[in-house]
Structure formats: C-alpha cells, structure tokens
Ligand binder design. Structure first.
Ligand code: GLC
Length: 651
C-alpha cells in the first residue's frame, strides 16, 4: 500500500510514473515540524535502516548523517555525507514495522539516521517542500517492488554490455586502443568494450573526435567491432565556448544554456576551460542535446557514459574574478594562522563551490528555477536527454550509464559509483553499495574495478575483479598518472584469464537474473536479511544474495586466504579456480572459515538453486546459451527459468 503526502509546494522531479493522489494531512509515523523544516521518527532499538542508493558506509545506514546533494568528491571517506547521487528511498525494518519511505524533492535533503540522537531519525530540508511516499507491505522485498513499480521499469542495456570493459583516463590514440585490445587478445582474457575517456575529443568538445589521434573514426569503430570490441566514449555535461563550434553556437542561438539572474549564459569551467551548461531541465534543450548523440551513433558507436553531470564545476567566471580581487587583500600581509587559513579557503574552495550553484537558473516546466533548488536532478536529466533521444533514433538498445543520478534516472541508464580509490575499503564499499542500488532500480551498475585514483596492486585488482565478475557493469577504470592496471600487465595473467572467463561462463545466469529483476521490479543484489529472518543475518554487511540461486562472500582484505562466512541455511560451496576447475562442498548452516587463495572465488549455491555454466568465449556475443552445464543444490537443471532474448532489440 502506497500513501502520498504533500508538504508545501514541491518542484516535480518526474521520478514517479504512477498517478497517486496526495492524501490530506501529515505523513504518518513521522512528527512533522514545519518550523524546523523536518520530519522525525523514533527508531526501535534494533531497527535497521536500508537504502539511499550510492552512499558511503554500510548496508545498514543507521548511525550516520547523509546529505542528498550530488557532489563531485573523489575522496569517498567514511566521514563524507554526499557522493554523486541522490536516491531518497529508505526502508525501515524492525519487529514492529516494515516501512518504505520515498522523499521526492529535487533539492538538498539531510537524512540524520541516529547520528544526532542515536534513537531517532530526522529528515530535514532547505525548503520544506516534498512529496512523501509511505509504503507498507508484507516484506521488505514487497515494499521495494511497490516502490519500483511506482518509479517505472529499470533501464535495460544491450546484452554485450555484460561483457568485460577496459577503461583508462585516457587511451590517447587509436593505436593505444589497438594495443590494449592486443594485450587482452594475446593473454586470452575476454573483452567486449574499450572505453574512450575525454582525450578522444577535439579539445574536450562534446560529440567531436580528435582527427589526429583517431583518424577516420568510423573506420576505426568498424575495425574494432569486427574484432568484437565496442568503443564506448564519454560525454561531459559542459559545452565548450568556442566560436565556430556548432554545438556551442546552436545552444547560444536557441537559448538552450543555463542562465544567470541577469539573463546572460552562465560561464563555468570544466575540462575544456570555459563552458556553458545545457539546461537539461528545459524540454527543448534536452531534446536538442539528446539529438547530438546521433553524431556518434552514426559513426558506429553503440554506448556512452555521461560524466561531470552533478554538475562538476572547476570555477565560474564570476567567482574566479571575485577570488582574484580578494587575493589582492592578502598581498604583502603577514599571513598568520587565521589569515593563512582564510587565504587557503579562498583559493581552495574554487571548485564545486556551493555558492556557484546559486548563480544560475533553469527553465523547468514553465518556471524559472534557481539551480540549487533542482540540483539533484541535473545529471538525471542529462541521461534522460540521451535516453529519450535513443528511443527516437534507434530500435536497438544503447549502453548508457551516468555518474550523477536521482530516482527516475534508472529508467534511462545505469550508474558507475564515481571516482573511488585503489583501496581495499573501497572494494568493501562497492560490495555494500550494490544492494542499495538494486533497491532504487539502478540495476546496471558497478564501480571502477581496481580503483580509479591512487596506485593499485595486483592482489587488489584480482580480488576486486573476483567481485566485479558479478556486477552488471564490469569495468576496470583508472585515473591518469596512476599505475596502469589492465589485467594483462600483471604477473598472474593466467589467473585473471580464469576469473574473467568465469564471468563469461556465468553470463547466462547473470543476464537472466538481471532481466528478471528489471522486468519484475525486483532486486538483483539483496542483503541476506531481506530473505532470512534470523538475527545474525541482520548484521551481515559483507555477504550478498545475487539472483535466486547464489550467495556471495567476497574477499576484500589484503593478504587474506579465506574469510568467515555465516550461512543461514545449508549451502553448497563452490570454490572456483576457473569455470571448469572448482571444488564443491555442502556446508551446514552456521559459521565457517572458508579458504580461498588469491586466485580462488568462493560462491555459494542456495538450497534449491541452479547455476548454469556456459563455455566462455573471447566475446560475450559468442557465448552459447544453449550449451550449458549446471551446478545444482537439491534441484534439477529444469527448475531454473533461463531468460534469453536477442540481447539488442529494445523491450
Ligand atoms: C571524472 C570521471 C572519471 C574520468 C575523468 C576524466 O573524474 O569520474 O571516470 O576518468 O573524469 O574524464
């Protein structure tokens, strides 16, 4: 049962697709304090709180304060309150109640979940305007399903996007891309995609290609596709200001860019230096920007990743000028502790400055709205621009995922979890983010495997790849100037080959479970507590259910050759060294120390579970879904409902 309550006069987000009439009065369960602009809820002693999509910390969100305020911040430390996404959906789980709450507002919201008062949750707003949806149901899974039906079906990528992708900021030339493909082919490691980061463009201009570095681009795309490898270029939110650049000129001519209060186009800066931001909230501008993806589709491209769409801002022209003026005051002064800190703050807070988000406006649904009021739906609408255009441009599925997101964007694309670091703790974070993303319908998602920033190590890449083979978006990506981390560069190439091959062997299962989750509004990754009521499961933060047959217990600690695993019921342990080399053991319910050397992947088949295994191939499209072996635990192969389709036609 879903009930909707309206507080104030919220700006619509288009997150909800079902027509639900708001009820009179205040939302039940919560104390509503309109003066303090907050809703509060007493938490039961052992109540667990799940959700919020891509955030820091664990699966149970209790004990911290999270702020929905899409931010470009590459240090995903425990103390952070905001990452790139805002998914204002929460689940409350205790003996007394099971409750879903969706707070629908495009503005900034703070979720204090037992932080200020350990037994209380408060949701506070800058403007007390929001639609609050209260969802009750028989179980957590039932509540999630109702929520997901309400926000519409998840984006479905082409099947080849379930292959492995290699990325790097940046492969600078066509030859460098070829050498990456050669590296993989020589090592015999399967590969389906190579990602093109910002340097494929001419001077970082969206929808252009640097002719010197990538001569005859359509030919190159074709050559790679003939090898079975798709190129996936990045698209950034800012449009370079440059006379003669058609996209800039069209945008200016048609008033498609975000404007300042005085009506001039906002001048901000990102990779190319000065840019304008398309007003993705303006339907016409959205349609226009979306139509530009055709430029690359026509050159044979079939997938994209949308970036810097919080939006990330290096500086705005106006703010930079103010800083230059203020710097003058510091010249010749003795910078003591206070003055020095003030000086550092002045210069150090230029990028992604909150005040800059109050300097520009959108034309949204017939109203002029200041950016900060709709900040969290900017990236969503960039991806929507692409998704809506693809529907008109092609009847094939197009790969699309974004950095920034809000509920509703899941209908147009997936996400990657932004600029993580090559830290073991970020592998654990990746594990913990997956079920929260599933709850919000962001099914096609994953993190930068091996870690984006900082130098990685071979064992971290290996353990992370061992988890990554289960995430729909399976991509190794790293930042410029960090250690190269393509899998074939490491010593134990054979192990990497076996691990990635296992992904390809599991493709029929993974694709099938993904499609069922998408079509039936279900979760792909689940915390154990969503299916097992026992007390221990409620505290498990590092084991996940994946689809109907599997439980995962990834290893995320350096130098570990095993880990503790709790089994709520008997399960069959498969210790994979490769798709055909594994041991099987039935383990009784309870606690176990499960051994797994660096090249071994422990996977658990649940009672009644069936795991189809295909013969891996170099490319996902070559994997034969009919030629399968099965690992079963108290089940028959025929008990498994395998979903298949042509993998490319839009459904
Ligand atoms: C951003 C993206 C990252 C990309 C880089 C350069 O930091 O999050 O994935 O590599 O920009 O485009």
């Amino acid at each position: 049962m879903i009930r909707k309550y309206r507080i104030g006069n919220p700006i619509p987000t288009d997150a909800v697709v079902e027509e639900i009439i708001a009820l009179e009065g205040e939302p039940p369960f919560f104390d509503c304090d309109s003066e303090g602009k907050k809703l509060s809820l007493k938490l039961e002693k052992k109540e667990r709180v799940y959700g919020l999509g891509e955030t820091v910390r664990g699966i149970n969100k209790r004990g911290w304060c999270y702020i929905s305020n899409n931010s470009d911040d590459p240090y995903h430390l425990e103390e952070k309150r905001s990452l790139y996404a805002s998914q204002n959906f929460l689940l409350f789980d205790s003996d007394k109640r099971k409750l879903g709450v969706f707070v629908d507002t495009p503005g900034i919201v703070t979720f204090d979940i037992g932080y200020t008062d350990i037994d209380e949750m408060t949701i506070s707003f800058e403007d007390f305007d929001a639609d609050i949806y209260i969802i009750e149901g028989d179980s957590l899974l039932d509540i999630v399903k109702q929520f997901r039906q309400m926000i519409g079906r998840s984006y479905i990528p082409p099947r080849w996007a379930f292959g492995f992708g290699q990325s790097r900021w940046s492969y600078l030339t066509a030859d460098e891309v070829r050498s990456v493909a050669d590296g993989y082919d020589r090592a015999g490691i399967p590969l389906d995609m190579i990602y093109l980061d910002i340097d494929y463009m001419e001077k970082y201009k969206d929808f252009t290609v640097d002719e010197k570095a990538f001569p005859n681009f359509p030919e190159f795309v074709k050559e790679m596709k003939e090898r079975g490898i798709r190129l996936v270029p990045i698209i950034d939110a800012g449009v370079k200001i440059e006379e003669g650049y058609d996209i800039y000129e069209e945008g200016v001519k048609n008033d498609y860019f975000c404007k300042k209060e005085n009506g001039e186009n906002l001048v901000a800066a990102v990779w190319p230096g000065k840019v304008h931001f398309p007003d993705f909230l303006n339907e016409k501008a959205r349609e226009w920007f979306g139509s530009k993806y055709k430029i690359l589709l026509d050159q044979g491209i079939e997938g994209f990743w949308n970036d810097m769409n919080e939006p990330a801002i290096f500086y705005t022209e106006d703010h930079l000028n103010e800083v230059f003026e203020q710097i003058e005051d510091y010249k010749g002064k003795n910078l003591d502790i206070r003055l020095f800190f003030a000086f550092k703050e002045l210069v150090g807070s230029i990028d992604n400055n909150e005040a800059d988000y109050r300097r520009f406006y959108h034309e949204y649904k017939g109203r002029r709205i200041r950016h900060d009021k709709v900040h969290n739906i900017f990236g969503y609408n960039m991806t929507r621009a692409a998704g809506e255009a693809f529907e008109k441009l092609t009847d094939k599925r197009v790969l699309m995922f974004s950095r920034s997101s809000y509920a509703g964007m899941h209908r147009y694309g997936g996400v990657w979890c932004g600029d993580n670091r090559s830290w073991w703790s970020h592998l654990l974070l990746n594990i913990q983010q997956m079920p929260a993303l599933s709850m919000c319908g962001l099914l096609y998602s994953g993190a930068d495997i091996g870690g984006f920033s900082a130098d990685t190590t071979e064992d971290l890449v290996m353990r992370w790849t061992e988890f990554g083979i289960f995430t729909p978006l399976f991509r190794n990506h790293s930042a410029e100037k960090t250690r190269n981390q393509e899998l074939y560069r490491f010593k134990n190439t054979e192990d990497f080959k076996n691990i990635v091959e296992l992904r390809y062997a599991l493709l029929p299962y993974l694709y099938s479970e993904f499609m069922k989750a998408a079509l039936n509004f279900e979760m792909l990754f689940k915390p154990l507590s969503f299916e097992y009521e026992d007390e221990r499961c409620a505290e498990i933060e590092d084991q996940l259910l994946l689809g109907e047959s599997l439980m995962l217990a990834p290893i995320y600690r350096q130098n570990a050759t095993g880990r503790n695993v709790y089994l709520p019921e008997d399960m069959k342990l498969i210790r994979f060294r490769s798709y055909k080399d594994y041991d099987e053991e039935i383990l009784p319910a309870g606690d176990h120390y499960v051994r797994a050397e660096l090249n071994e992947i422990p996977v658990f088949v649940r009672r009644g579970g069936v795991l189809p295994i295909a013969t891996p191939k170099k490319r996902s499209t070559e994997v034969d879904e009919k030629d399968l072996k099965f690992i079963c635990y108290e089940a028959q192969p025929g008990d498994y409902d395998l979903y298949t389709d042509d993998g490319v036609t839009r459904i």
